[in-house]
Design a protein around this ligand. Sequence first.
Ligand SMILES: [Zn+2]
Ligand SMILES: [Zn+2]
Length: 425
Amino acid sequence: MTLSAVKGFKDILPEESKRRQKIEETARNIFASCGVEEIRTPILEKTEVFARGIGEHTDIVEKEMYTFQDRNGQYLTLRPEATAGILRAVLEHKLYNTAPVLKLFTMGPMFRHERPQKGRLRQFHQINVEYIGSSSPIADAEVVFLAYEIVRQFTDEENLLLEMNSLGCPECRPLHRKDLLLFLENNKDDLCEDCQRRSKVNPLRVFDCKNEGCQAVLKLAPVIKHYICPECSNHMGKVLDALEAFGIPFVQNPYLVRGLDYYKRTTFELKGRGLGAQSTVAAGGRYDGLSTLLDGPDIPGVGMAIGVERLLLLMEEQAEPKSVDLFIAALGSEARTEALYWLAYLRRQGLKVEYSLEDKSLKAQMKQADKAGARFCLIVGEREMDEEEAILRDMNTKAQETLDLDDLPEILVEKVKSQKSQGDE
Ligand SMILES: [Zn+2]
Ligand SMILES: [Zn+2]
């Protein structure tokens, strides 16, 4: 029996790797233009980083983390999200002393032991951004901008829905919480078991319930919007004004919540139509207060995560056609040795050049050139070597011309580049 990958863990094969590289490259370019720098933290952290940084009474920490004891008996966890680890690193290295605001991004795998389904794996990948050290509403808007700007490169903007909400602050939230608890108590008979449990542990999370009965009841529940203080309201207004200035369309969703206490004010989700229940492609918000949970000074922060697998689902399923600029079909040892020289030269000039690793028949090599999607094919055998020439075949027009071996590589570079510039017009 052949071995298979662990359930919920997926091999990323070359075709999909190409699409992921495109996402990563696009994100890197956008980050560079916004002065966001890369940080890479370990995939493994001490369990307490997440227990404190996410909260003991969350589904993530209670049920979904890959936690184990290492050989020294220390509890370690494969990171289920990026923020806690990044903040741990920022505090450990006192990076907050190096700049008034840190603008950081990271990309990589996260791990959660959830039921695998479409767009949700146990090893999944995120692109994360954290702005640490600023309370400005413009920081919130920039983080939303980055999420939107990256995602919109890969799908029709009409497919996107940006939802914004404010969760209030430690001043105004308790008033809402009190009324919400009262409401949940009065309506508990109409709520599912999960919601009844959540009401006690983490009442805001009832709004995440997918149960239709619960949703009908919760439509009447008090929403934070009617409770937020003037400062929170002012902050939200400035975030939304900035989004308008950035030209980013959004709607306000008063039911959008985060279950974690340290989330404050701005929260958002970017949804993709057509993704079904897994519709959120990016999400984030402000998390002032998180740093103190990790024993650091009180540093404000705001961040977001893009789910790469969700983004892949949103992207049009179009396989990139394979293409190389030139295929060198060389026959016989003399020509094949000479071909290696051209191969290195042309590749160093930035051309995509392929070559048959085996000394096969011309027919077999031409077939390989076709399969590789070669624009040109250079044919050189013993006879051509004797006559110090080679045949260049245009694979589109089938036209052939004979080239002199003197200056051959230079001529090839020119041919391919002029063909490319014509193609761009
Ligand atoms: Zn407030
Ligand atoms: Zn429910």
